[in-house]
Design a protein. Structure first.
Length: 299
């Protein structure tokens, strides 16, 4: 009786222990599953972060390269208020270089596309011919990008040294101010020292007319070629034997020559079979010269 009671007690205790163990087991298993899911989510977020870092690095590399190219570029486009910027630039250009030019400034059109705005201007002016040329030079070579689309120059009404001109110019500006716009100082080229060079006024004759007696100088001519003579300037060496050579003029059959045989303006004087070459002496305008022919393709 007592033994049965102890067995029942032990059985109850065992059941309780199994229940507690099972509870903790399932609790830890649920925690493990949750941790695995959280690790999977974190790995995906880490992969996305690494992709963003890679993309950011590539963007920074391109940005740095483009900034360096912009700084090193001979022509630049700025973010500026137009047409006031171009008008101020032209006035500064004329005053800095002492260009005696009077002009009217007209804005013809304004076209926006993406981040770039294109402006077309017309300059109607009058100035000394060399000053107009220097203005064209500066618009072409100064570091700010302008394109001269057309220009007409005609006689001026002020005096004979002045010329009227009509110039159509295209300018550009970016709609977003770049970081590098703030720290780049532009140096404008000055006339001279490799810059603008004085140009002749095309409306004035460069030379005055005068009567010049032409002296007739007869150019000496070579004697005509006799039938059968080989012209070495048009001939090529085909073969060399100890006592003769085989030579052909372009478009003509091969001819055999021996030492002393005549060619046009001279004769064959030496055969060198070891070097596959032949030596000739020609007489032109009273002077002798030696000509060596080798078989084609050999040094």
């Amino acid at each position: 009786m007592f033994a049965k009671r102890n067995s029942a007690t032990l059985a109850i205790i065992l059941v309780v222990l199994l229940g507690v163990g099972g509870f903790w087991y399932f609790k830890d298993a649920n925690k493990l599953v949750a941790a695995i899911k959280e690790q999977t989510v974190l790995q995906k977020e880490l992969a996305k972060s690494q992709e963003e870092i890679k993309r950011l690095t590539a963007v920074e590399t391109v940005h740095e390269r483009m900034s360096n190219q912009w700084k090193d570029s001979p022509k630049r486009i700025f973010s500026a208020n137009e047409p006031s910027f171009t008008l101020a630039y032209l006035n500064k250009l004329l005053s800095t270089n002492n260009l005696n030019i009077y002009y009217d400034f007209v804005l013809n059109s304004k076209t926006e596309k993406d981040d770039l705005t294109r402006f077309t201007y017309t300059l109607n002016g009058e100035g000394q011919y060399d000053a107009v040329n220097e203005l064209i030079w500066h618009l072409t070579y100064d570091p700010i990008l302008y394109q001269i689309k057309s220009i007409k120059i005609r006689g001026g009404a002020r005096d004979e040294t002045f010329r009227k001109f009509t110039m159509k110019v295209e300018g550009y500006t970016v709609n977003t101010r770049a970081e590098s716009d703030q720290d780049v100082e532009i140096e404008f080229p000055r006339a001279g020292a490799g810059g603008y060079v004085h140009q002749h006024d095309i409306f004035r004759p460069k030379f005055t007319r005068r009567v010049v007696e032409k002296k007739v100088t007869r150019t000496p001519s070579l004697p005509p070629k006799k039938p059968g003579e080989i012209d070495l300037s048009k001939a090529s060496l085909k073969a060399v034997t100890p006592n003769s050579i085989f030579i052909a003029e372009a478009g003509n059959p091969v001819k055999q020559l021996k030492t002393g045989d005549r060619v046009y303006l001279g004769k064959l004087v030496r055969i060198d079979q070891s070097r596959n070459q032949a030596e000739f002496v020609l007489t032109k305008f009273g002077k002798q010269e030696r000509v060596t022919l080798k078989i084609s393709g050999q040094n």
